[in-house]
Design a protein around this ligand. Sequence first.
Ligand code: HEC
Length: 398
Amino acid sequence: MSTRRFAWLSAVLLAALTGSAPILADTAPTLPTEPPAAEAQVLTTPRYGQDIQPIFDRRCIACHGCLGSPCNLKLDSFAGVQRGAFALNPYATHLVDYPRTDMDAVGTLAGWRELGFYPVLTEDPSQDDTGAENLNGSLMHRLLAAGSAFNQPGFSREALAPVYAGRYAYACPSTVAALDAQLAQNPAQGMPFGLPALDHQDFDTLTRWISAGAPGPTEQEQQATARAAHPAAVARWETFFNDPDPRRQLVSRYIYEHVYLAAMALEEDPETHFRLVRSSTPPGEPVAIIGTALPYDDPLAYAGVQRFWYRLHKETGAPVQKSLFVWRLKRAQIAHLDHLFFAPDGPGAHWDAQAPLDPPWGIGNPFSVFRAIPAEARYRFLLENAAVFQLSAPGVRG
Ligand code: HEC
């Protein structure tokens, strides 16, 4: 990179970091010419749900949307944004001692910090009117400013080839100083990575939000989002899965172990996605996910409880296509499953009375673990729902 280019980057970053995004637009000759933001917009702080998440959804979550995202940074919910990033690379040699990083693995922000996640926004926002400190301390803003400076139309991705080639050994910079050093070495590493920069309006909205201390949704908004619109539909399914009859419990386990990655879309509420989880709390109470590493791990031992319940947990993060496997469930499906597995005038007549109804947990041959369930009911269930199982293999290449 030429010294001239670097000097220009520094100037642009400085301008951006002092909270003056419009200066960035004025300095960069190649920025698209969009109308300046209306005055009213400049004065109000952007709201997370309405203004910020949609930008992340459009421009970031294709890469930062699932488990194993670059730097483990998930931008599909405020909790993920706030949790921040994690320098250990899941694709390096950490398969064994890499901690579980699903959003439910740790309950508090302090817990994430303890695990090693670092903020990408200023952790203790300053109330300073200029917002300069908040921008200055934000890894995210520095990366967006670098993206705006270098990835304007006509940019080349060649400069990223070495980063891509070394991706398995890559460790994310966790401090402003380390990130600055990286960007000085390779200013093309701004965000969105290898893609055209944010347009002027999105960049301006994010800049104003970060400089205002990156406020999240209110507690009330979060609760409203987490609430199911059709609790009766959820209750019907939870009743089906939690019937204490041992044969029914084995069928619930069989179904769970096949659909734990699926997004359940109920006929009564088709736009909402639920995930079937195992919880230490019964229906009616808030879900407390028992987050075993594998779906066939023992939930009782893991959570230290005597009993667990299957629950429908509402997904509140933005759906990401590559990890979205929708399992559409008509209301009549409950009666159908009842008939398929248990009716004496169908496959349900052939339960194997010699096989255990409470086989041990842990890795095992599923043909043996579930052999009490009539084979025809098992294979019909798999055939009828094949689209969900065939697709359930999320992959990320950030
Ligand atoms: C095409 C994939 C891709 C997209 C889209 C993308 N990123 Fe990234 N992001 C990456 C990669 C790869 C890294 C790690 C490599 C790097 O930092 O250069 C990363 C790292 C980051 C980091 C962490 C840096 C650190 O030091 O921990 C932040 C913050 C970030 N991105 C923000 C964003 C934001 C905000 C957007 C959307 C405006 C975005 N990214 C869009 C691929 C992407």
